[in-house]
Design a protein around this ligand. Sequence first.
Ligand code: ZN
Length: 169
Amino acid sequence: MAKLEIKKYGEPVLRKKATAVSEITEDIKKLAVDMLETMYAAPGAGLAAAQVGVSLRLCVIDVSPDQKSPLVMINPKVIAGDNEVSAKEGCLSFPGCYESVKRFGNVVAEYIDLKGKKRKIKSEEWFLSKAIQHEIDHLDAKLFIDYLSEWKRKTIEKEIKRRKKAGQW
Ligand code: ZN
């Protein structure tokens, strides 16, 4: 296992649409394990491959308080959603930034697990639903700040610029 470096906002890989995983190789399995370790250490509730510099459709999620319910999703897709809720969220690529984003509170998503089995997850827990949508967005190069008003996004970008200059990003 190895902890990976988390790419922060500004890294081009975060704005690159990820490629589907075609085969679950040993490298993919290792990547998933390393991503989980990286996410737990951060700590965070979700991490997409792009956030560790790998442009593949793979993400890991664990919203349990004891970090014992890892979910590895390969080529995931949201197939249904309803009951929109607005709640604050953050992103490991935006340390210290939290903003309200409106997303489905209930979602159904399809994905492939590490054994290559096709799976479906139905979430009626808003925090998990939010994490699933947030991570799948990463695979499509979409970031949570894209949901904010222009004014809010600009404010965040300004703050990041300031922190970059100060060597804190
Ligand atoms: Zn994120």
